[in-house]
Design a protein. Structure first.
Length: 281
């Protein structure tokens, strides 16, 4: 049995750090810098495409982590999560996060955790390629999952895309969260509050924090050239989470399932470009 402890949660937005060329807390990328982000985003997508092919019953989360490490290094990149420290946590020991069933996010890969028929698992990768971060995650269904789990995974993906579709030059951060929350709660779910999307670029985590709940027409105005993640975590039960004694693994307080999807996006003059989108999506 896993021992849980209550502690103040660190948002996935991480530290407020400067990235890109701008001195602004939320950099506006030049066309050349945006190309760097596109390459990193493509690599993240390619890594998850390979994970999708290998993952299944009997595969350990450590094997997934090893595959992510090998693919990342073969592309000339490094895994940003490996050794990452956030607000006093121990260094993260994996090259990706593997969050199974009631693990909301930041699950640590484990040689002793073989995936089983009916599991759902989120795999979160962030290759650092030529100084740029490509951050993306997908929730995979292992074998024949329950109808409830399948619906949660699909609805979480849909909620993420509803948030993405609000993004354009001049829109507000609150528009994203409102679209996600409205849909998720209408389906009977709750949206995790403690962890957020975040700006990203040359620095892994930068402003703005992208809440997955909120009020339309509020929050920071979005501008063309901004890059950030949208990564809702949606629970079957209560939205609150606990952190395990490893300092990283966030779990639902009631042991119910949680699902997450994540894309890194670029705000454009006429809308949004999804940098980590698969050709099949």
């Amino acid at each position: 049995m896993r021992m849980k402890k209550n502690k103040k949660k660190a948002r996935s937005g991480g530290r407020a750090s400067r990235g890109g060329r701008s001195k602004s807390p939320c950099p506006i990328l030049s066309p050349e810098e945006a190309d760097g982000m596109r390459a990193a985003g493509r690599l993240a997508c390619e890594i998850l495409d390979v994970v999708a092919e290998m993952i299944g019953p009997g595969v350990t989360t450590a094997a997934v982590d090893q595959a992510v490490d090998e693919m990342t290094r073969s592309a000339g990149a490094t895994s940003a999560p490996y050794g990452y420290v956030n607000h006093g946590t121990p260094p993260f020991p994996g090259h990706c996060c593997t969050s199974v069933n009631d693990v909301v996010c930041h699950g640590i890969p484990d040689e002793g955790r073989a995936l089983r028929e009916g599991d759902i698992v989120n795999v979160d990768v962030t290759p650092l390629l030529n100084g740029w971060h490509g951050d993306s995650s997908r929730t995979f269904m292992i074998g024949d999952v329950s109808p409830v789990a399948r619906r949660l995974v699909k609805d979480t993906w849909h909620a993420m895309w509803l948030g993405i579709r609000t993004v354009k030059d001049g829109s507000r951060v609150g528009d994203i969260g409102h679209a996600i929350q409205t849909f998720a709660e209408a389906q009977g779910y709750e949206v995790v509050r403690e962890f957020t999307g975040h700006g990203t670029g040359r620095v892994f985590h930068t402003p703005p924090s992208i809440l997955h709940y909120g009020t339309p027409g509020t929050g920071m105005h979005l501008r063309a050239g901004m890059t950030f993640t949208i990564e809702p975590m949606i629970n079957l039960g209560h939205w609150k989470t606990d952190i395990l004694d490893d300092g990283w693994t966030a779990v639902t307080v009631d042991g119910k399932l949680s699902a997450q999807w994540e894309h890194t996006i670029l705000v454009t003059e006429d809308g949004v470009e999804v940098l980590t989108r698969s050709q099949d999506e």
